[in-house]
Unconditional design. Sequence first.
Length: 149
Amino acid sequence: MSNLKLSSPAFENNKLIPFQYTCQGPNINPPLVIEGIPGQAKTLALIVDDPDAPLGTWVHWVMWNIPLIAEIEENSVPEGSVQGKSDSGDNMYQGPCPPSGTHRYYFKLYALDATLDLAKNSKKKDLESAMKGHILAKAELIGLYAKRQ
């Protein structure tokens, strides 16, 4: 495994995700900085989910065939990337929106040795199946959020 690293200038690991990246704000994706992509990588994939959701893990964003870039900019989808279906039923980023308490949001980045051939309406489980045997490295960033009252 390489030294793949995922961070954000908007929040630190295990710290609060700013309001603008949540359902209570403009609901745009935070900027994500990518470092240490392995030389053999062809594409990147990203899964954002909340394991603290009341009915089980809730998927907020699924994206694959991300080009080998150093940053996913705020409120953007890198050209050539494909967004799958989140658990809200949309093919786009859905910010944190916990019904109660503070939830953890896992931003999981994968460096892959392949370009994936998946339908646009694919979900997290489809992406995870397609990535099997192609993951060169994985990085994770955790953000926290509790709804403002």
